[in-house]
Design a binder for this molecule. Sequence first.
Ligand SMILES: [Zn+2]
Length: 103
Amino acid sequence: MSPVGFGVGSGWKPHGPVAFRTEGRRLIATLPRHCHRGLHVLTEGGYTSRDVPEGQNWSGPYVQISCTQCNADRVADYAWNLTTEGRQPDAIEFDDGPYAGLR
Ligand SMILES: [Zn+2]
């Protein structure tokens, strides 16, 4: 039994942190190439990323990456929620590698 009464989304937590790397002085964020359900390639099917600087449930700042196609299907769990610690990358790349264990 999990405790109830903390309001909607009390069980919510981010999937994990965004993988960052540096290239010279540039900060590069690696985002997952596939959507959270693993069905669609985000760069082909479309996605929306939204910064949530205030976080949720003490998560700290995070970015929500929603799969356009899963969103259209109205399925739950269509988005990645990845913490950023407020870091703002200079560039973004896509790779499933860092997220293989988080799906
Ligand atoms: Zn999808």
